[in-house]
Structure formats: structure tokens, C-alpha cells
Design a protein around this ligand. Structure first.
Ligand code: LRH
Ligand code: MN
Length: 388
């Protein structure tokens, strides 16, 4: 019975890979270069193809407009490596003109420039066959009194409405929130409520994107997920883990029970409504120290494991305990599923798909990493740049 539930859960679970997770990234204190890191969009797609080939659950790759484009016939390139283009991420946080914001900038000509980039990104998504536009804005301020918060909110509403009007009928725009960084006094889209109101005001194809690293320390993320599900406004996730702030660490490396509780809210919602929730599961991590492809495989495996464990919660029994306020029994019912070792069933699922039981070991044995380091090492070492 358990393994059937695990099989069904894995059959419908896919998680999107961030192209930027394969390139050399760092923190403001520096970047430790890896010889095997991807140095082009094609190499990012090739590496993503490896992760999907060994895990069987990562068919699409999120692309960042300024980091992955222009790229000639990216659809064919992705197909060559057994993956497909996924969500398109506009970039309104690097160009110099966006120092004081993009859609929230007090200068109307800069707001217009930002909107043009968003509309260009919609067209890129139409050319790559991507459904989702994944929107994150660094906009905000660093000092009290330096920004008119309500005026900026109004400009965001205008800009997102104008972008929504350019979406194709099957496209969505996912509005990501973040409480701080790089702005450290106010961020224009700082929490789920602000994202929800702006998405609703933009139009029916707009949803909220929950990046698990974008919350204050004690915030109850699964409660936010439950509310967004109730509002039918949960569009997707950027999964990662953190100890302090937006640390972008490996999913499940710090608090696996957090991810389990999130998946539980989604399984519960689907059980109660009898319909699959239309959610884009995506990874958003910066792989600064671990070998990047291995960390991505580790992440996908952890996501499968926690999604499968959450699918094993006896929801009927849980609902009965909850209705009778049987606190300990309800809690133990949830924890019982978390404590189930689903790895044997997952290995069986992999065998049934013709996949290696241990994707990480199989990838390591493939020699792909060493080949990539030989081919790309010289180029990567040449790319070392200092922060200041
Ligand atoms: C911002 C963010 C956003 C991405 C970026 C790489 O912190 O989560 O989703 O564009 O990371
Ligand atoms: Mn993110």
C-alpha cells in the first residue's frame, strides 16, 4: 500500500531546475570557481539534462533572460539534452538604470523601460514555449523617507496590469515576494499579502510565487501556503533551505520537516478538493561550494523523498483527530508519515523507470564531471572577478 502511494506521488512530481544553479555563483564576499561549472546556456542545458537523466523528475529548466539569452534555437538545444525550457525570469535588478527601482522607479521613463523588458520576456516565453513568467523585483529603498511607498505600489499595479495584458491565454505570471535584500529599509513586494493583492489586481493569469527563503525567521510558511491555496492564488515555489536569511542552501539540508509540512498542506488541499493543484515546483539555489550538478541531484532526490513522505499522511485519520481536537494523535499521525523510510520504494520506482537506484552514485560513475572540468576548466579559471 505504501509503495503504491509513493509510486503515484513520484509519477506526478516534477521539479524545475534553475539554469543559474549550474554556473559559477558566489556571495558579495567572493566566488569560488569550479572548473566543471557551466559557462554557456548550452552547457547549463546539458548539465540539467544529466540531472533529469539520472533522477527522472526534472524535465524543465528555468531560464534567466539576461543570463541565458540571446541563445539561438534554445528549444532544439534543450531537446538535444532531453529537457525543455521552463519558466522565464526577467531581470530588472542588474542594469544601472534600476538603481532606484524598475516598475517602482520615480522616473517614468525608467518604469517604461522596465515594462518593455517584461513585455520582451513575455515574447521570449512565447518563443520558448514557456508557460510561466517568474517575476522577482529587487525594488525598494534603504533609508526612511527616501521613497513614497504608496506611489510605488500604484506604479507596480499599473506595470503588472500592462504586462498581464500581453500574456497569451495559456501563460501565467508568478509574482515572487521577498522581505529584504538587496533593499534593506523597504521592499516594494515584501510579503505574500502584497504579492497576492498585486497579482489579483494584474489579472486572472497572475499568481503568487513562494520562495521558501523569502520569509522572516519565525514565519509559518505552510500557513501562507494554505491561505494561498484557499484563495486559488498559489502559482509556484522556489525551493531552497536557510538557517538565517535568503541563504539559498540545498533543499532539506537545514529543515526537511519544513518542506514536508508545505507538501502536506498541498496533499491535504488536493485530497479535500479532489483535484490536483496547478503548482510549479522549482528549485532556486546558489551552489557556491558543493559540486553543482551533484548538489542539484541531491536536491531533486530530497524533494522526491519529502513529497513522497507527505503523500503518506493518513489524511482521513488526521481529519478525525483534528475534528475531535485529539492533539497528540493528530501530531503523531503527521510525524508517523515523516518518519517512514520511503527510500526503498523510491529505489523501486527508479528501477521501474529504468533509472539507477542511486542517481548520485550513477552520475559520479559516469565521468561526466571530470570531462566537463577538462573541457571548461581553462575558461572558468579565466573568468575569476573580484567583488570590489
Ligand atoms: C531573488 C531570487 C529570484 C531570482 C534570484 C536568482 O532572491 O530568489 O527568484 O531571480 O533569486
Ligand atoms: Mn527565488
Amino acid at each position: 500500500m505504501e509503495s503504491d502511494v509513493v509510486f503515484q506521488a513520484l509519477e506526478r512530481f516534477a521539479i524545475e531546475l534553475p539554469s543559474w544553479g549550474f554556473a559559477n555563483t558566489g556571495t558579495r564576499f567572493g566566488k569560488f570557481v569550479q572548473d566543471a561549472a557551466a559557462t554557456s546556456t548550452e552547457e547549463k542545458l546539458a548539465d540539467a539534462g544529466q540531472v533529469h537523466a539520472f533522477t527522472g523528475c526534472c524535465p524543465t529548466v528555468a531560464l534567466h533572460v539576461k543570463w541565458d539569452f540571446p541563445c539561438a534555437n534554445i528549444r532544439a538545444l534543450a531537446a538535444k539534452y532531453g529537457v525543455a525550457a521552463g519558466s522565464i525570469n526577467p531581470n530588472l535588478f542588474e542594469d544601472q538604470i534600476y538603481k532606484h527601482g524598475s516598475l517602482g522607479n520615480p522616473d517614468a521613463s525608467i518604469r517604461a523601460e522596465a515594462l518593455k523588458h517584461l513585455i520582451d520576456s513575455v515574447e521570449i516565453a512565447q518563443s520558448t514555449g514557456s508557460r510561466d513568467l517568474s517575476l522577482w523585483f529587487a525594488d525598494g529603498s534603504n533609508f526612511p523617507g527616501t521613497a513614497n511607498i504608496r506611489a510605488r505600489r500604484g506604479w507596480f499595479e499599473e506595470g503588472l496590469k500592462a504586462m498581464h495584458a500581453r500574456l497569451a491565454p495559456d501563460q501565467r505570471m508568478l509574482v515572487e515576494y521577498k522581505p529584504f535584500e538587496p533593499a534593506f529599509y523597504h521592499t516594494d513586494i515584501a510579503d505574500w499579502g502584497m504579492s497576492l493583492l498585486l497579482a489579483k489586481a494584474a489579472g486572472p493569469q497572475a499568481r503568487v510565487l513562494v520562495d521558501t527563503g523569502h520569509h522572516y525567521q519565525a514565519q509559518n510558511i505552510e500557513q501562507i501556503v494554505a491561505w494561498l491555496l484557499a484563495e486559488n492564488m498559489l502559482g509556484g515555489f522556489h525551493f531552497n533551505d536557510r538557517r538565517y536569511a535568503d541563504d539559498d542552501l540545498t533543499l532539506g539540508s537545514i529543515d526537511p520537516y519544513q518542506v514536508f509540512r508545505i507538501f502536506h498542506e498541498i496533499h491535504l488541499f488536493e485530497w479535500e478538493t479532489g483535484a490536483p493543484a496547478d503548482i510549479a515546483y522549482m528549485i532556486d539555489q546558489s551552489h557556491n561550494l558543493k559540486p553543482k550538478i551533484e548538489e542539484m541531484i541531491q536536491t531533486a532526490m530530497a524533494a522526491q523523498e519529502l513529497f513522497a513522505k507527505a503523500a503518506l499522511v493518513d489524511l482521513k485519520k488526521l481529519a478525525a483527530h483534528q475534528s475531535r481536537a485529539e492533539l497528540i494523535d493528530a501530531e503523531e499521525c503527521l510525524k508517523a508519515a515523516f518518519s517512514i523510510d520511503v527510500r526503498p520504494a523510491i529505489r523501486a520506482w527508479r528501477r521501474s523507470k529504468g533509472l539507477a537506484e542511486s542517481p548520485l552514485e550513477a552520475f559520479r560513475a559516469s565521468g561526466y564531471q571530470e570531462r566537463a572540468a577538462r573541457e571548461r576548466g581553462e575558461r572558468n579559471r579565466r573568468s575569476v572577478a573580484s567583488y570590489a
